[in-house]
Structures are given as C-alpha cells and as structure tokens.
Design a protein around this ligand. Structure first.
Ligand SMILES: Cc1cc2nc3c(=O)[nH]c(=O)nc-3n(C[C@H](O)[C@H](O)[C@H](O)COP(=O)(O)OP(=O)(O)OC[C@H]3O[C@@H](n4cnc5c(N)ncnc54)[C@H](O)[C@@H]3O)c2cc1C
Length: 459
C-alpha cells in the first residue's frame, strides 16, 4: 500500500495521468467515513484498486481517490458452500493464496492476478470461461457499499438495481467495502491444456465455435500482422481443471501436494527498460516464433494455474516496455453474426502494420443483468497498441463506429479515448444505470476522469 497525499495517478497504459488527493484507509470504517464526509467537504471521490484498468477509470483530477489496497483481509469462508467474504482491496492473487490450498478457485479471473476484488466487481471482469460461466457479477452474492447516505448491503435478488448498477459500474455508485463471492471447488492446482493452431482467422473462429463448450476455459492468441492467406492465424489454448486422477496419471510426484500454489515473479522491468516494445518488425518476428513454436495440436498438457491463467504476471511492471508514450488496450465485443467486423479490424491493423503484441480473441456467452457490463454474447478481441503509432486515434475512432454500428461496444476498463457520443449506442441500458446510480448517489459524489470524459452520469 502506498502513502496518502497528492499524487499523479495513471492507468496501466501509463497515460493520461491526473493529480488527486490519495487517501489510504486502514479500515473499512475509515473508508466509509471519507465517503460520508464527501458530499459536504471534499468534492469528488473515487475508489481505486491496483490500477490495472488501462485508461482513466481509476483516476480523478482534483478529487479524492481512496486507495483500498490496504483493506485485504478475508473476513469469512464456509467450505460447505464455497462462500467467501473478503475486503474489497484483496487481490485475486490474495484470494487464490487463501482458497487454492483449501480446494477452491476464484470463479472468474482476468488475465492478471494483480486486480482487487473491488476493481473486479466494478469492471464486472470476464475470464477465459465467460462462454460457460459468465462474468464475475454472476458469482457475487452480496456487496457492502459505502455511499454518502451511509452503508448499503446489496444483493442480486429482489430490488437488485443497486447491486447490478455497482457490478460493472466503474466505481460510480459508491465504494465497495467488502463482498461475498461463491468459489468453485477444484481437486488440484493444475490445468489440462489442449493447444491447437488455426491457419487463419476463419479457422480459429470455427474451431472455437465447434468445440469451445467441451472446455471450461478457452482463448486464442491471434497474429494481426500476418497478411495474405494467413491473416489472423492463431494459437488456441483451451483447458479444464485437472482432477486428482489426472494429476496422478500425468505427474505422480506432484500428486503428493495436489493443491500447492506459490506463483512467483521471475523478472521485473526497470523504470528505464533496456529495450522498448514494439516495432512492427519485432512483433512480426515474435509472432512468427510464437506461432511456429506452438504445436499443431497437443492435448492434455499439464500446466500450473499461474502458467495457464496469468503468464504475464511472471514479469513485473511489463507495461514499462512501452516507454513514456504509453499504450492502450482496445477491446471490443460484437454479436455473433458480425464476424466480418473482427476480420475488418484485423485486416486494417495488418494493412497499416500496427504492432499488437497481445491480440486475444474469445467467445462470450450470456450477459448478466448489469446495465454497464461489457460482455455480451459474441466475439471479443483485445489488442495492446502503443500510443506512439501515427494515426492511431483516427484508426480507433473508425473502429468504434464500426463496432457500434454492428451492435457492439468497447470495454470501459481498457478505455482512455472513446468519444462520449457513442456511449449510449454501445450501452443501450445506460439510462437504467443512471437511475440506479442517482438513487445511490444523488449528489454525484463519485466521479472519475472516465466518467467525466464520457458524461456517464449526465444525460
Ligand atoms: C494484464 C492485464 C490483463 C487483464 N485481463 C483482463 C481480463 O482478462 N478480463 C477483464 O475483464 N479485465 C482484464 N483486465 C482489466 C482489469 O481486470 C480491470 O481493469 C480491473 O478493474 C482492474 O482492477 P483494479 O483493482 O486494478 O482496479 P482499478 O484499475 O484500480 O480500478 C478500476 C475501476 O474499479 C473501480 N474500483 C476499484 N476498487 C473499487 C471499490 N472498492 N469500490 C468501487 N469501485 C472500485 C475504480 O473506481 C475504477 O473505476 C486486465 C488488465 C491487465 C493489466
């Protein structure tokens, strides 16, 4: 946890940064007290977790930002139901360190363990299992929320509007103090992973459409720089949790400690990195090696939870590799039937030689009732893009319009540049969310740089 005081805050992409008064509460009571005073004294307030949103969702120029990472305690766990209650500042890594040795897994994990429970609820995060298990909101049983009028205990059933406005609500309904989550039972801390190469985008999509349901977890890495017939070639890695019998058969020596979990960082990028990512040439070379090194088809490979779910966490502060110009992640979803949009985006990136080292394709399943939740049935593509690429703003503006005109949307947790005009088209239930938000926070105390840029609270 860092110290209280005035600080410049940026998202994971490094830009833009804005200055706020950062307060680091030591107890949930202290956090609630800051919120209670907010309406009269302090001006805008916003909760912040580990700052893994890429853009301006967790910063608030001139406001008070509550850094909740000190509130990281597990408050209760019932092994018979798998229900765990924890403070909002606990990280997914903290949750896993507690739950995996006890035979439970976090029901939805993003591509990094370095996000807090509060930040994950606020973004209604999705994982590689969205096609079967939905996003995090489907697994949250209750939320204790601090609002200027006092604390509220929110649940999905009954009234539910405040709960679902908070899930995916990007911190704008209040401060999540703690939450109760249903965990998933596991027999081992290993995954059985099948790897398969798709020769082009169409093949990747059809492989995923045909057989994703056999796997609890599925994702594809896509090569956006390969032109011609290999456009959008990719590597699919799909997996299920390994049972005890699988572990005994595949690695009998590890079966003595089937639930061991001790993820490690193997390296850390210094403040001034020895080299910078990524030129189109370097990414083309990387993509070639990555594609060739993947087996055409391999089944039943045993991998640790960390290796399968969070490979990027092995290198600390990897975002510094993008240099001071920073980077953004562009993630959109379009409905099934709009596959041509994904193709058009991949083609446009390839034609312009825009280097995206991480390009991840996934199929989403059913949406949850949260009006601002990002996932909806269809295809999602996430692209890391250096902000130094000439003409990037114009290119992405064009993608926004294409995506919106096909009933799609971009993900606020990754965004730092969308224009406000497109928000109500992308999120047609914005007015429902505004009503629930006004009920919880009529004085509009909760604001972020993102909420002001996109006019989220104002009609
Ligand atoms: C490498 C990497 C991989 C990622 N992979 C995925 C992925 O696979 N799927 C996915 O969905 N996302 C993914 N993300 C995005 C990430 O999961 C979200 O941005 C998440 O919100 C970050 O959590 P945080 O604790 O860092 O929150 P922050 O970035 O600090 O804050 C994010 C939002 O949550 C709000 N917030 C934080 N804490 C609270 C609280 N206690 N109460 C109320 N509001 C709060 C903030 O106000 C802000 O609006 C990834 C990010 C990175 C860097």
């Amino acid at each position: 946890m860092s110290a209280s005081g005035r600080r410049l805050l940026a998202g994971w992409g490094g830009r833009p940064a804005s200055s706020a008064e950062v307060v680091c509460p030591a107890t949930t009571g202290e956090a609630a007290a800051v919120v209670a005073r907010a309406a009269d004294e302090q001006g805008p307030v916003l909760a912040r977790g580990l700052g893994r949103s890429y853009g301006d969702a967790a910063s608030s120029a001139g406001g008070t930002v509550l850094d909740l990472t000190g509130l990281d305690q597990v408050l209760g766990f019932d092994e018979s139901s798998g229900l765990l209650r924890a403070e909002a500042g606990i990280s997914v890594e903290g949750l896993l360190r507690f739950s995996v040795p006890r035979g439970f897994f976090v029901p939805v994990t993003p591509g990094t363990r370095q996000v807090t429970l509060g930040g994950a609820i606020a973004a209604d995060v999705h994982g590689k299992n969205h096609h079967l298990d939905g996003s995090l909101g489907a697994w949250v049983r209750s939320i204790r929320l601090a609002t200027p009028a006092g604390e509220r205990l929110l649940a999905p059933a009954g009234e539910g509007a405040g709960f679902w406005a908070t899930v995916g609500g990007m911190g704008l309904t209040g401060v999540v103090l703690d939450a109760t989550l249903e965990l998933v039972p596991i027999e081992t801390s290993y995954m059985l992973v099948d790897t398969e190469r798709g020769a082009d985008l169409d093949e990747c999509m059809s492989l995923m459409s045909e057989r994703d349901e056999e796997y609890r977890y599925s994702v594809a890495w896509i090569d956006c720089l390969k032109g011609g017939s290999g456009l959008g070639r990719g590597v699919l890695t799909r997996a299920n949790h390994a049972g005890l019998a699988d572990l005994r058969a595949a690695a009998p020596r590890r079966a003595g400690a089937p639930l061991s979990f001790s993820p490690r960082q193997v390296a850390r990028v210094p403040v001034t990195p020895p080299f910078r990512l990524p030129s189109a040439l370097a990414v083309t070379a990387f993509n070639e090696v990555w594609f060739r090194k993947a087996p055409r088809r391999r089944t039943g490979e045993l991998q640790s939870l960390g290796a399968y779910f969070h490979p990027l966490d092995g290198v600390g502060s990897w975002n510094r590799l993008y240099g001071p110009a920073g980077f953004t992640q562009y993630q959109f979803v379009v409905p099934f039937g709009a596959e041509a949009v994904v193709r058009e985006v991949v083609e446009a990136l390839g034609a312009r030689g825009v280097p995206s080292l991480l390009a991840v394709l996934k199929r989403f399943g059913a949406a949850d009732p949260a009006p601002l939740s990002f996932p909806a049935p269809g295809w999602t593509l996430a692209l890391d893009l250096p902000l130094s690429v000439p003409g990037l703003g114009e290119l992405l503006d064009g993608f926004d319009e294409l995506v919106a005109s096909h009933g799609g949307r971009v993900y606020f947790a990754k965004d730092g540049r969308l224009r406000p005009e497109l928000v109500s088209e992308m999120y047609p239930r914005l007015e429902d969310w505004r009503r629930a938000c006004d009920d919880l926070d009529p004085a509009r105390v909760f604001q972020s740089d993102l909420s002001r840029r996109l006019h989220l609270r104002k009609a």
